[in-house]
Design a protein around this ligand. Structure first.
Ligand SMILES: Cc1cc2nc3c(=O)[nH]c(=O)nc-3n(C[C@H](O)[C@H](O)[C@H](O)COP(=O)(O)OP(=O)(O)OC[C@H]3O[C@@H](n4cnc5c(N)ncnc54)[C@H](O)[C@@H]3O)c2cc1C
Length: 405
């Protein structure tokens, strides 16, 4: 039978889509697909939109996406005004104290840094009245042998959609169902990290303090004057600790072992790690795939092209990718639409994933010599970078897609 790759007109039924994952990419994609006339369902394995995690950056092209979504002002109000970044030696003495932008390449008055939960909440609020959300559930099977995608849910439901999207993060199950095991696409960058919140007993305010020894970093990030700080523990590990990825107890044990002899505030951080109920642990990795779709199913955000936190661009890629994917489907069927999505987005992804080679990892040196060199560079940092910031963030001029039907 000939497959027809055309959007149905407004006289026919609404096209139905299912999105797996309600974090950043999922709700952003839901917003734009709803705008283009799709009936959207989002399934999320958690009981609600998950709000935890380290603050995130929205930069360059992604700022234009949130502006077009009408949430830029709200996010500007939530902007974290981080004023100081202090680096410490292993003994706790100071290496240098600098303005954060001089390290991140951020641009004053343009880039946004917000609590991850403020962004997920703004995205969810922007779509929840127009989109069906299924929490506490997930896709069990996908079958594309019929005219659409037949989906069974873990919760027992069974439905058919015109298209399905995996916005289910770096360890995407949608990707695994379509393309097979993650190892084929996973590019491990040699580090693991844990983030969690703990009490701000340090008197920190609007600042980050980072302690380093070769191959290890511990940071406390005080977003405001709150009584909580974000704790961050990052360490080099040549091979990914695969067995720990699905086991929070093993993650705690591993981090505790790696930092066992560390000084400064690290012992208190390890004690807090034991009780933290919002631990986020992962390898520092990228996902690189030769293509992002198969039949009527496509991937977006970390599921397709996680760039790693070393680039600071994971959230921005998720937002831009969601915009480009939905826009590519605004007036086309899935075959032409998915091709246009890749064509319009792949270069932007590549240049941003390439940022890891440009210095992200230099923040976390693994040898004493490299750490000394980094510290020298930090001591000599003076100027805030030029106003254009890092061009990779703005490497895509956002197209305008078909108007709202
Ligand atoms: C709670 C949380 C905290 C985070 N904290 C950090 C952090 O501190 N530092 C950092 O670098 N990155 C963190 N991230 C990842 C970061 O949000 C992403 O790198 C980036 O924003 C891209 O977003 P995404 O929507 O593509 O993927 P993600 O933000 O990873 O979202 C994936 C979503 O899919 C859901 N999901 C996963 N599997 C299934 C399934 N089988 N069925 C249904 N739903 C599923 C997840 O619960 C999640 O809501 C965190 C992610 C989460 C979910």
């Amino acid at each position: 039978m000939t497959r027809i790759d055309q959007p149905e007109t407004s006289t026919t039924r609404k096209r139905t889509v299912l999105i797996s994952g309600a974090s950043i990419a999922g709700p952003a994609l839901a917003f734009w697909l709803n705008r283009y006339g799709y009936a959207v369902t989002v399934v999320e394995k958690s009981g609600a939109v998950r709000s935890g995690g380290y603050p995130i950056d929205v930069r360059g092209t992604a700022l234009e996406v949130v502006r077009r979504m009408g949430i830029l002002t709200e996010l500007r109000d939530a902007h974290i005004d981080l004023r100081r970044l202090t680096f410490l030696h292993g003994d706790g003495s100071e290496v240098a104290s600098v303005h954060p932008h001089s390290v991140t390449g951020g641009v004053e008055g343009q880039d946004l840094e917000v609590r991850r939960g403020d962004l997920t909440n703004a995205l969810y609020t922007a779509v929840r009245d127009n989109v069906e959300f299924l929490f506490d559930d997930s896709i069990d099977t996908l079958d594309q042998s019929g005219h659409g995608v037949d989906v069974t849910f873990r919760g027992g439901g069974r439905r058919t959609f015109d298209m399905v999207f995996g916005a289910d993060g770096m360890h995407s199950r949608t990707r695994e169902m379509l393309f097979g095991p993650e190892e084929q696409f996973h590019r491990y960058l040699g580090y693991c990290f844990a983030v969690f919140t703990m009490r701000n007993t340090f008197g920190l305010s609007h600042e980050t303090v980072m302690w380093n020894t070769p191959g290890r970093a511990a940071a406390l990030y005080a977003v405001g004057d709150d009584d909580e700080v974000h704790a961050f523990l990052n360490f080099a590990r040549p091979e990914p600790p695969v067995e720990a990825f699905r086991d929070p107890a093993a993650q705690r044990d591993l981090v505790t072992e790696v930092f066992a002899d560390a000084g400064w505030e690290v012992p208190g951080m390890l004690a807090a790690l034991r009780d933290a109920d919002d631990l986020f642990f992962d390898g520092v990795s990228q996902i690189r795939m030769p293509r992002w779709s198969e039949g009527r199913v496509a991937l977006v955000g970390d599921a397709a092209y996680a760039p790693s936190f070393l680039t600071g661009q994971g959230t921005s890629l998720a937002l831009v990718g969601a915009y480009m994917l939905a826009g590519s489907l605004a007036d086309r069927g899935h075959i032409a639409g998915f091709a246009a999505y890749e064509e319009g987005t792949r270069d932007f992804v590549a240049v941003n994933q390439g940022l890891v080679g440009e210095g992200g990892a230099k923040l976390f040196p693994t040898t004493a010599r490299a750490l000394e060199l980094r510290n020298d560079r930090l001591r000599n940092l003076r100027a805030i970078p030029p106003a254009e910031g890092r061009p990779a963030h703005s490497a895509l001029a956002l197209p305008t897609f078909a108007p709202t039907p």
